[in-house]
Design a protein around this ligand. Structure first.
Ligand SMILES: Cc1ncc(C[n+]2csc(CCOP(=O)(O)OP(=O)(O)O)c2C)c(N)n1
Ligand code: SF4
Ligand SMILES: [Mg+2]
Length: 299
């Protein structure tokens, strides 16, 4: 059978059928993306777009800021106002953006290495100040893009390209760090918990203050290979087996290791004044005192 005959019997899908539901929010001119088959980042991006839809936010008022790494590419693929900043500096960039444009919803989307190694100081101080930004951290336990070096999240005894005999550095428990530093909202999900993750992203979008969401996500290429984890799907299945949902868990007491439980949930959801509100209130009371003093001195 020649090609013409094959074409005649295969019904062509309509343009509508060919249109991916997320296409309007993706920079299709950048496709195909660089992510490996089986990587969890596609699910993380889908959950983000779904979460924004659920939050009913005006897409023209959303800005996405990433650092570098495989996760950092999200800023380049999403068709919103987005910034791919330098390594570790997404949070100060986002804080400035929000302070200058306070009607924006500013979201930092970046990796565990970017946000907790070189960017770790920025993260704890933005949480302490309660900067009004949302931070979504994809934790794949490794520096994915640069070939699998140890990250501050690499579990004890896991292998990486810089820990060929296993990692013997105690990793950070990301939700514990964010909560201890003062974040208003702290949640952890895996890339398998699509509905709950989407709901969390919607909740954080509609919430004031520093909101932190960790997504435990498979790095099918470097982390899985070095640790004999199988494919991305195998890792997801393992996350599913090991996950328990406990919203009442103390976030400082739920580190992730190589084979124990991955405790998920929304651990902190509090309201406290944001950095900008504190500045406003502080300046207002100072000015009031000065004006009162000037008024009295004239009498
Ligand atoms: C100043 C600087 N130092 C080092 C690098 C190299 N670098 C690129 S990606 C990366 C690690 C990113 O890890 P992570 O944030 O976990 O992202 P992933 O690739 O795992 O999603 C590093 C160290 C860089 N781009 N800039
Ligand atoms: S190296 Fe890992 S994190 Fe990066 S795209 Fe590949 S699977 Fe994903
Ligand atoms: Mg990483």
């Amino acid at each position: 059978m020649n090609n013409e005959n094959i074409q005649a019997i295969v019904e062509r899908p309509s343009d509508e059928e060919l249109h991916h539901p997320m296409e309007d929010l993706l920079r299709m001119d950048r496709m195909p993306h660089i992510w490996c088959p089986g990587c969890g980042l596609g699910s993380c991006l889908s959950a983000f777009v779904e979460g924004l839809n659920k939050a009913d936010v005006n897409f023209d008022k959303v800005a996405v800021v990433s650092g570098i790494g495989c996760t950092g590419r999200i800023a380049g693929y999403i068709k919103l106002d987005s910034y791919h900043t330098t390594h570790g500096r997404a949070i100060p960039f986002a804080t400035g953006l929000k302070l200058a444009n306070r009607d924006l919803t500013v979201v930092v989307f970046s990796g565990d290495g970017d946000l907790f190694a070189i960017g770790g100081n920025h993260l704890i101080h933005a949480a302490r100040r309660n900067a009004d930004i949302n931070v979504i951290c994809v934790n794949n336990f490794i520096y994915g893009m640069t070939g699998g070096q140890n990250a501050p999240t690499t579990p004890l005894k896991a292998y990486s390209s810089t820990a060929p005999y296993g990692n013997y550095e105690q990793p950070f428990n990301l939700v514990g760090v964010a909560a201890a530093a003062g974040a208003s909202y702290v949640a952890r999900w895996t890339a398998l918990h699509m509905r709950r993750l989407t709901d969390s992203i919607a909740q954080a979008t509609n919430k004031k203050g520093f909101c932190f969401i960790e997504i435990v996500s498979p790095c099918a290429t470097v982390f899985a290979r070095k640790n004999r984890g199988g494919t991305g799907l195998d890792l997801l299945k393992e996350f599913g087996r090991r996950s328990v949902i406990d919203h009442s868990a103390d976030p400082t007491k739920i580190p992730i290791d190589m084979d124990g439980e991955i405790v998920c949930g929304v651990f902190v959801n509090e309201d406290r004044p944001t950095f900008w509100e504190n500045v406003q209130n502080g300046i207002k009371s100072k000015l009031e005192k000065t004006l009162k003093y000037e008024h009295l001195s004239k009498e």
